[in-house]
Each structure stands twice: as C-alpha cells, then as structure tokens.
Design a protein around this ligand. Structure first.
Ligand SMILES: [Zn+2]
Length: 722
C-alpha cells in the first residue's frame, strides 16, 4: 500500500514535470474552449506504459534537457523564417520526451511553410500514429497533414476513423474543425467521382458550422453538375451572404441564372462581374446578347435613364462651417472630361476670380473639357466656353447648399466598387490636369466633411461611444493627413486610400450627434495631432505601425484585444494555426462584427493566380516572413518556370484579394500536383490603430470613447482644437 502511494506521488511529479513546459506555451482558457485534448490525453497514454521505468527515464532526462530553452529556440527559428531548423528542433523536443502531441502539432504546423515535405517529419508522424490512433486530436491533425500532402487514400481512412472516434468518445472537436473534416472528406470523395456522398458530407459540414464557406461552394459545385441549378444558386447566395467579398461567385451566379432562364437576374450578376473586374469580356458579351435578345426588359430602364436628372434632394441638418479648417480639398475623381450636375440653389461659376456664369437651381448642367477648353451646357445647349489654365469653381451663396453630381465612380479595384449619383455639401472645382482631362474636387469645411465620412467609416447603428471615438479619430486622422495628395492638387482622396467619402447620403442623426458632441476634439501625442489610423477588424490583436508601413510611432504599437488577456503573442507555430482556424474570444468578435471579417477562409483561384503572375504552373505558395503579431510580411509563389516574391501591402492583391495580411496558407496536393490553396485569415484591413469592431465591442461593455481611444493609441490625450 505504501509502495503504491510512493509510485502515485512519483507519477504525479512526473506528470507535472512533463506538462509544465507545455502549459508554459499554452494560453489557458482559449486552449480549453477551442482546442480539444489539452494534454490530458497525453497523460493517459503515457500512464498506460510501465510506470517505474518511465519515471526513471524522465528523472534522467529532466536533468539533461531544458524543454523551455528548446521551445524558445524552435519558436525563434520559426519567426526568423528558419523553418527547416525549427522543425528539427521540434523533432528534437519530441525525441527528448517532451509532450509528443504538442511537438507533433508544431511539426505539422511548420511543415506548411516548407516547399518540400520533410521525410524525417513524415516518418516520425507516421510512426507516432501507431501509438495515438485513438486520439481524436492526433487523428484530426495527422489526417489533415496527409490530405494536404496528397495522400488522399490514407487521409480518407483517418478522417473516417476520426468520425467513429467522435461517436465513441466523450472528448470532442470544435465545430469548425468538424466542418473542416466534412469538407476534406467531401473533397476527397468529389475528386474520385463519388458525388452523392461528397454532397452529403458538405451538407453535414454546413450543419456544424456555417462560417466554413468552403462547404457551400463545394456543395454548389455538386448541385450544378447534377443540374440542380436552384439548389446551386441557393448555396452560392448563402455563401455570398456569409462573405460579401467572394465576388468570384458573381460569375457562377450569372451562369446559373441563365440556366434557370431568370434573365434579369443573370444580367444583374453579369453587370456585377464587370463592376468587379471578373471575366469582363465574357460578361460584356452576355450583357450584349441579353440586351439584343430580350429588348422588352430594357425599355423601362432606358426611359429611367432619360429621367436621371430629376433630383430628390437629401434632407440635411444645417450646421455652422468649421472656422479652423474652412476649406478642405477632397479629390472626388481624377482625369475626367465631363461632369453632369445640378444645384439645389442658384449658383455661380468663377474663373480667375471672376463670375463667368450664373446657374439656376434644379436645372441640368453639363461641363465638358476638351482641347484645353471648358464647355458649359444647360439643358443640352452650349451656354459658355472658356479656355483655361486655371480651375473652374462652382459655388452657391447658400452655405448649406447641395450639388448633385452624376456618375461618380467609387471603390475602384474593390469588390464593392461601382458608379452612382451623389450629393455634396461645399463647392465643386474642376482643375485642369491635361488638355483633355480635369480633376473633380470638393471644397468643404471640416465639420461638414466629418458628417459624411464618419458614417462612411462606421455603422451609425453602432453604440454611441464607438461613434464618438470614430469622430475624434477621423478628425485627427484628417488633420494629420492633409498633405497626402499635395502633388495631385488636393488634400485627401474620397476612397479607402485616404478616407471613404460619398457625399451627404450617409449622414445620420446618430453620427451627427457624436460629431457635434466631440466638436473640435482631437487626439494628441506630445502636443501633436496623431496619425489616427484605424481599420475595420484586427482579428483580435492590432499591429505595430512599423511592421505595416515601416514608420514606427510610439502611439501605434501592437495591442491585445482579447477580453480576458489570456494569451500573449508570439504564439508557437501550432497555436498560430489554432488562432486562425478557431475563433478565440476577443472584443473584435461581437454582435456588430461583419460576417467573415474576424475570421475568414478563402480558396484561391489557381487560374487567376497563374495569369496574374505569368506562371505556367504553381507548385505552392509559402509564407517566408511573419511578424511576432502574426502579420505576413513576405510570401513566395513558386511556379515551374519562376518564383514570385511579394511583400507587405502587395501581398493581399497578389493573392487575388485577401481581407488582411494576417493568415496561414494550406497548399493542398493531389499526389504531387497542387490541387488548391486554402487560406485561413483574421481581420479586415491593416490592423494598425483603432479596431472599429472592437471599439463597438468595448462600448457595449460600458467603455467610454476616451477609454477606447486610450486603449488603441498609447500615451495620448484628447485635446480641443483652438
Ligand atoms: Zn488618398
């Protein structure tokens, strides 16, 4: 009996000794809630082996091996982009008696960064499976490893075994991983022409977790091939609803609506293809065909076009213009050659400080610019022409006047881009750039400008304190960035590059109130107005400015937005994967979070990737540099004929449109051939400064706009402009 007690105590010492280094790199509640099998399973496995011998082994090893040191080394090698070395250190850890599952998970995670499979790692993982085949956790990670590396037959077997284990055991897998398991299985079945079972798996995946959009697109593909077009449409539309950025689905939907003979809907999606730059040649051809074959649908639209100049003026609040910043110059369009507009009140056009034209309210005007000459048309008739080297200035004496401008392009190169008619406060200037083109510039005071930009940048329905925070942030950002487009002859552009500005249509009582309540308040650091950058969603951790733009600012450092602060970065390679695949709780994930921004998944279109980079074939895409916060600094796209390296802000575009630079990549092979690339990402935008979604999340938890601002911009004050 006494002997048993001693063995028990020794065993506990051994278990504690074994688990300690593992706990050291884990982050408690996140692991517990989101990653199954937190080491307990390893303890059970180990304890089934002869106890005394094992205890002695460990006692001997504990003297020699410093796990903590090795873990640190492996992690440093990983962040130094020495991936082979990092894998080798994790292998060393594994062989030294460190928690085997933990070591294996890191080996698997780092293998995603290598363009060649490590045979040592592969055989280790395979041998390990003999001991851990009843571990749900190990089955999942190892099956996924085999699936990625092209061994679909073994992967299928393991995924199936995993499903059986899930039925039998109490321990569980997160819903997101279950949905992925069904997706991987479905994909294996689809590739071997077993469509019906594949579809069944995809639907099961959807049942577990709607955010794993891969299941929707895969199910839609099966429905389409079975000629069940309505179901396919429904899958794609749900998918778009989950993730608005998946504009490549416009093409699929256009094709499907032609199949179901819903011609106007097809036309609408072809139009969206053109707006988003997707297969525009094909889309234009279809639009022409539809217009020719179904003229009856377009009669109404053409008469509407004729009446396009009837304006419903927005009902806006009257405010006093800001006296400190009276005239901001906002670039609305560059290099245009005509402008159609109307004014709500009578107006004048000035040239070289002389009034050259007086215009009437509610009347259609057009100004053309050609051969260095302005032509002013009223109701289609030329009224005036003038040859400039100067700017044409259109203004009204009514200080709350609106101008309606037609066909304003916005969001160029973005999926949400388009053309629309918009109304603006302030004056309108046409500034000659070449002999044939002018820039369209809105002259407006800071207060009026804020009424429009604040609700363009944040939802007016969000909590009032987050709107106030956004007002102060936007005011500071604007003042700090007034020189951004100096060379183009204005202060700020109207797009994402500077700050989205779409005229008065977005003005809203809630944001109006927030702007007026924080009148003239700005954020300062050591007495200077700060560059108060912000982004929609940081994924739970903001990034320091120097890792995004190269400039270091004391007030723009990385900030953890985890509500419970239960993890700190840098994470181990495996925990980075978990961070991206799962959804750790944070202020950035709340009821205001837009679908698929906190966490998102993208299957990269390989054809688009090839044509973008002039590659005949792609072997894989690899992350080659990552910051401690998780931001990807560099990737390598490896083709048969050449390698393409992309860095920093180019990466998102070079991978055919990602929401952020925070992601992991999984190259999926079939045998030796790259079959697809799946990217798991976090956040939307650059992640520096205020995370707007988290600001809303904090406001819900009773934080004031001052708390929010101080949280994101370190060592700053809120000061009134004078
Ligand atoms: Zn700009």
């Amino acid at each position: 009996m006494r002997k048993l007690t001693i063995i028990f105590i020794l065993l506990m010492c051994f278990l504690f000794g074994l688990t300690l280094p593992y706990l050291f790199e884990s982050y408690g509640p996140f692991i517990k809630n989101h990653v199954m099998g937190n080491g307990n399973q390893d303890i059970e496995d180990v304890s089934s082996e002869p106890e005394e011998k094992k205890v002695n082994d460990i006692v001997v090893k504990k003297e020699k091996i410093d796990f903590e040191q090795l873990l640190k080394k492996a992690k440093n090698q990983f962040y130094d982009s020495k991936y082979k070395e990092s894998i080798n250190t994790y292998i060393e850890l594994y062989k030294s008696g460190y928690d085997r599952i933990s070591a294996a998970k890191n080996i698997i995670a780092v293998s995603n960064y290598l363009s060649e499979e490590s045979s040592q790692a592969s055989s280790l993982l395979s041998n390990m499976y003999d001991d851990y085949q009843d571990s749900i956790e190990y089955n999942y990670y190892y099956a996924e490893y085999l699936y990625k590396n092209g061994d679909k037959i073994s992967a299928e077997e393991l995924f199936f075994h995993l499903l059986i284990l899930l039925e039998q055991q109490d321990s569980d897998l997160s819903d997101r991983k279950k949905a992925l398991t069904y997706y991987y299985l479905g994909d294996i079945y689809l590739n071997s022409d077993r469509e019906n079972v594949a579809l069944d798996f995809f639907l099961k995946g959807i049942g577990h977790e709607k955010e794993i959009v891969l299941n929707y697109t895969a199910a839609a593909k099966v429905y389409k091939s079975k000629e069940k077009y309505e179901q396919a449409i429904s899958m794609y539309k749900t998918c778009l609803n989950q993730d608005h950025s998946m504009s490549s689905l416009y093409y699929e939907l256009a094709v499907l609506y032609e199949k179901t003979e819903e011609i106007l809907k097809a036309y609408n999606y072809w139009q969206r293809c053109i707006n988003s730059g997707i297969k525009t040649d094909i889309a234009q051809q279809h639009i022409n065909d539809i217009r020719e074959n179904y003229p009856q649908y377009f009669e109404r639209e053409e008469t509407e076009e004729k009446n396009v100049f009837k304006v419903d003026w927005y009902d806006i609040i009257e405010i006093e213009p800001n006296t400190i910043f009276r005239k901001l110059k906002i670039g609305l369009q560059e290099n245009i050659n005509k402008l159609n507009f109307q004014s709500q009140n009578d107006f004048i056009i000035k040239y070289d400080n002389n009034i050259i034209f007086e215009g009437n309210k509610d009347t259609r005007y057009q100004i053309n610019f050609s051969d260095n000459t302005f032509y002013i048309f009223q109701n289609g008739e030329i009224k005036k022409s003038i040859s400039p080297d100067q700017t044409l200035k259109i203004s009204s004496t009514n200080k709350n006047n609106l101008f309606a401008l037609y066909n304003i392009k916005f969001g160029q190169n973005y999926f949400w881009g388009g053309v629309e008619n918009r109304q603006y406060r302030g004056d309108i200037h046409l500034q000659p750039i070449t002999t044939e083109t002018v820039n369209l510039i809105n002259y407006i005071d800071l207060s009026s400008y804020l009424l429009s930009v604040v609700p363009s940048e944040i939802y007016a329905s969000w909590p009032q304190e987050s709107l106030k925070a956004q007002s102060v942030v936007a005011r500071s950002y604007i003042i700090n960035n007034l020189n951004r487009h100096k060379n183009e002859g204005y202060d700020l552009c109207a797009d994402v590059h500077c700050i989205v500005y779409s005229g008065v249509k977005n003005e809203h009582p809630n944001t109006n109130a927030a702007i007026l309540a924080t009148k003239n308040e700005v954020i300062t650091h050591q007495g200077n107005v700060i560059d108060a950058v912000f982004s929609n969603n940081s994924g739970g951790y903001t990034e320091a400015s120097q890792y995004v733009w190269g400039n270091s600012y004391d007030y723009l450092k990385a900030v953890n937005i985890s509500e419970s602060m239960d993890y700190q970065l840098p994470l181990s390679p495996h925990l980075i994967e978990e961070w991206f695949v799962e959804k750790p709780p944070s202020y950035s994930d709340n009821k205001y979070t837009i679908n698929s921004t906190y966490r998102w998944i993208k299957s990269v279109n390989l054809e688009a990737l090839k044509s973008r980079h002039g590659l005949q074939d792609i072997r894989g895409v690899y992350i080659t540099d990552r910051t401690d916060i998780g931001t990807v600094k560099e990737i390598k796209i490896e083709g048969q004929n050449k390698k393409v390296v992309s860095r920093d802000s180019s990466i998102r575009r070079d991978l055919t449109g990602l929401k952020s630079n925070k992601f992991i990549i999984k190259n999926i092979y079939d045998g030796n051939k790259l079959e697809k690339i799946i990217i798991f990402g976090a956040g939307w935008g650059h992640s520096v400064g205020m995370d707007q979604t988290a600001a809303a999340g904090m406001a819900v938890k009773d934080k004031s706009y001052r708390d929010i601002i101080n949280y994101f911009y370190l060592d700053t004050e809120i000061t009134k402009l004078e």
